[in-house]
Ligand binder design. Sequence first.
Ligand code: SF4
Ligand code: SF4
Length: 316
Amino acid sequence: MTASKPEKTLKDLFGSDTNPSHILPRKYTLDSTIKFRCHPGVSCFTACCGNINITLTPFDILRLRKRLGLGAPDFIHLYTTPLYLEKTDMPGVKIKLNEKNRCPFVTPEGCTVYTDRPTTCRYYPVGMANFHERAESKESLPAAEQFYFVVQEPHCKGHEEEKIWTIREWRQDQGVDLCDEMNREWMALVMRRKSFGIQATLSEKAQRMFFMASTDLDAFRSFVFDSSFLSTYEVENETIARIKADDIELMKFSFRFLASALFGTEDLRIKPEKIQAKVTQMKEQQGQAAQRAEEAYRELVEERERLKGELEQKKK
Ligand code: SF4
Ligand code: SF4
């Protein structure tokens, strides 16, 4: 007998608002086919660009703000609203809908940022899920089973179109594979945090660090290159050259940093001499504290002896 346990995946972040009753009761593989087409001729064109939650990943933010020619602070201020990711205490952002509850990038002609649209928009209507099948034997390792599912909502007329795709072709066409690759490590951080449950909380400093690294790559760059970061962490010269020249490399590096800073992974190590200096400093502080405690104790003993002396004098 086997037991299966749902594993949180990209689907949770990008499909959390999907009504489960609209998910077709079938597991799809990459070679399964779907009948779907979305184009300006459908009667529902852009109907799905309103009344939605579009959580943005660091990759989404980077692409969108470059497309719009904005720095991260302006983009965050103008186009997003804060949220906690996946019911964790990790702060993130989603697209701020306009007064009509519509995406600010939608027009009657369609999406104005189409080639740089967020991951959530690319996923629809095909989601991805993972299940971990556990065999009975303790020795056997859990085997991940990945599958896809299709969302069919009444308002979406794309399912009535005749175009047939395999899931693989659909994902390629939508550029989902690239998004998955870019989002994977960041998503893993969120899911890792979620697995800790609500009992453990991130410090305010850690939350600020996560938000900065996830939303503002320029601020993270400055944190790396204009602070004592490079003299504190072990970073290979080749990596330094790559993250200096390429934003995507810098973004991926920020995930490594967050994994080690938030979860103590070995993704990034503090230089041994820095650890040694810290140990010495702590020892010194401990030594000073012990010395202060000894002095206080001596003073107390002296005071007690003085009082004793006074009492004895009075008795005479
Ligand atoms: S970003 Fe584009 S595709 Fe996504 S909701 Fe907005 S208008 Fe629609
Ligand atoms: S509702 Fe479906 S068919 Fe209509 S625009 Fe959105 S994705 Fe395309």
